[in-house]
Write a protein that binds this ligand. Structure first.
Ligand code: NAD
Length: 477
């Protein structure tokens, strides 16, 4: 097996140390051996980006379009193969892996188009004979720090706008997904970018990530990951006045009102809570249900949860793949234990299960919990969901908003009046009506409120807010 290398200044470089990644569905299958960088090697990638930034900042929209379009086309053409690699490395099912890969390709295509439409304004001045122009320029060198749970889509939604708006990039993937990062870097390396404009550096958050956050040559940091790490990055980066964008955790509510279509509501809950093994920042982990539908809904949800097929991510028919790692599995099981200990009622699942291959398999856990239980308040990031009883729809709304997070929130109802009321009053960056909380489009803004996010939104044309800086020019013609 060839060791995966960093991509720095247009060359593939070996690392300072090595890491390995096993398939979470089959621990006997090594997916990758990969290079890990230290601070000094990361700094060399940052210098390469700083040296390349001016050339790319001055590149034409046509050139940027061609690069991004080529990357998107190759990803889409190879979506089956890359989707399989993703499923093998991260553990989501093959169908989900191919879907995520296609989405990554579409994101590059979308931002190829955006490179042709970089907005600006021309206004009359308040002074006679003077004209005012407002234009957007690249920020400079951007450090992109990604988590493991969407190993192609999240890097795509950071790298594509960064390049479209003319920035130079140093990309640091999570250590659990080096093969996906390397496959993406390989495609980008053949897209016609000047050397140094895109760099991949693999390794630990403490060394590679921290070096990006601390470097005075890095003008902006876009981070997706956990709340604790995000808060540390915010402190360090803003102390040196770098621009920061954080996308962090969630504890997303799905409210099921008495008038909901029960089959649709169960579908939303199953998909939102358990698909992708519950490892989504937008997962529905609090399912808040009003009387009148409670018993019927919970009975149907329990039955569907119990019937979910948990197995090897690459196997046909698997609905729920493995948990990503031993540490995450242990954390999930500890939360199940804490739920029981606090008196929540475990309806089904919550156990480690054995399959033909040795992997991190766990049966999806469904609890009836009280709003103050830890499992109902803290992000678990696994297949563990709580049903919470509400007194009525207003109580359901206040329970939904009673969280330090505010990424996504959903409501299932057949009433236009309730849908409009919840859409207006749910305090979240994204609201879903009769849809799962997880699963979003690639061409519109993504992000949350409160503890979930900080800084401008990602994705869609709103990405320009983070990846460009505004210049106001006055011309006395
Ligand atoms: P994590 O915070 O452990 O790691 C995220 C990235 O930060 C990794 O690349 C890691 O190496 C790096 N990192 C770690 N310490 C660092 C440091 N001190 N300085 C700089 N970088 C550092 O998160 P994870 O376990 O990879 O991902 C799971 C988390 O991500 C969950 O909390 C989930 O909610 C969140 N997430 C959020 C979104 C969103 O858009 N809101 C999307 C996906 C995942």
């Amino acid at each position: 097996m060839a060791t995966l290398k960093h991509y720095i200044n247009g060359r593939w470089e070996t690392g300072v140390t090595l890491g390995t990644r096993e398939n979470p569905s089959d621990l006997s299958d090594t997916v990758a051996e990969f290079a890990r960088a230290d601070t000094a090697q990361t700094e060399s990638a940052i210098r390469a980006a700083a040296d390349a930034r001016d050339e790319w900042a001055l590149s034409t929209p046509q050139r940027r379009f061609d690069v991004l379009d080529a990357i998107g086309s190759e990803i889409l053409a190879r979506k089956e193969e890359l989707g399989r690699l993703l499923a093998r490395e991260e553990g989501k099912t093959l169908v989900e892996g191919i879907g995520e890969t296609a989405r990554a390709g579409q994101i590059f295509k979308f931002f190829a188009g955006e490179a042709l439409r970089i907005p600006g304004e021309k206004l009359a001045s308040v002074r006679p004979g003077v004209e005012v122009e407002v234009t957007r320029e690249p920020v400079g060198v951007v450090g992109l720090i990604a988590p493991w749970n969407f190993p192609l889509a999240i890097p795509a939604w950071k790298i594509a706008p960064a390049l479209a708006y003319g920035n130079a990039v140093v990309f640091k993937p999570a250590e659990l997904v080096p093969a996906c990062a390397s496959a993406l870097a390989d495609i980008i390396s053949r897209s016609g970018l000047p050397a140094g404009v895109f760099n991949l550096v693999m390794g630990s958050g403490r060394q590679v990530g921290q070096a990006l956050v601390d470097s005075p040559l890095v003008d902006a940091i876009s981070f997706t990951g956990s709340v604790g790490v995000g808060q540390g990055i915010l402190k360090a980066a803003t102390a040196r006045q770098a621009r920061v964008q954080l996308e962090m955790g969630g504890k997303n509510p799905l409210v099921v009102l008495h008038d909901a279509d029960i089959a649709q509501a169960v579908d939303c809950a199953i998909q939102g809570a358990f698909f992708s093994t519950g490892q989504r920042c937008t997962a529905s982990s609090r399912i808040i249900v009003t009387p009148g539908i409670f018993d019927r809904f919970v009975g149907a949800l329990r039955e569907r949860t119990q019937a979910l097929v948990v197995d090897n991510a690459l196997k046909r028919g698997t609905e729920i793949g493995p948990v990503v790692s031993q540490a995450q599995l242990e954390q999930n099981l500890a939360y199940v234990e804490s739920g029981r200990h606090e008196g929540a009622e475990l309806l089904v699942g919550g156990q480690r299960v054995k399959r033909d291959t040795e992997g991190y398999f766990m049966s999806p856990a469904l609890f009836i919990a009280e709003p103050e239980h830890r499992i109902a308040r803290e992000e678990i990031f696994g297949p563990v969901a709580c049903v919470i009883r509400a007194r009525d729809s207003e109580h359901a709304l206040s329970l939904a908003n009673d969280t330090p997070f505010g990424l996504c929130a959903g409501v299932c109802t057949t009433s236009l009046k309730h849908a409009a009321h919840f859409k207006r009053h749910l305090r979240a960056g994204m609201v879903m009506v009769n849809l799962p909380t997880a699963g979003v489009d690639f061409h519109v803004p993504f992000g949350g409120r409160k503890g979930s996010s900080y800084g401008p939104r990602e994705q869609g044309r709103y990405a320009a807010e983070f990846y460009t800086t505004v210049k106001t020019a006055y011309i006395n013609a």
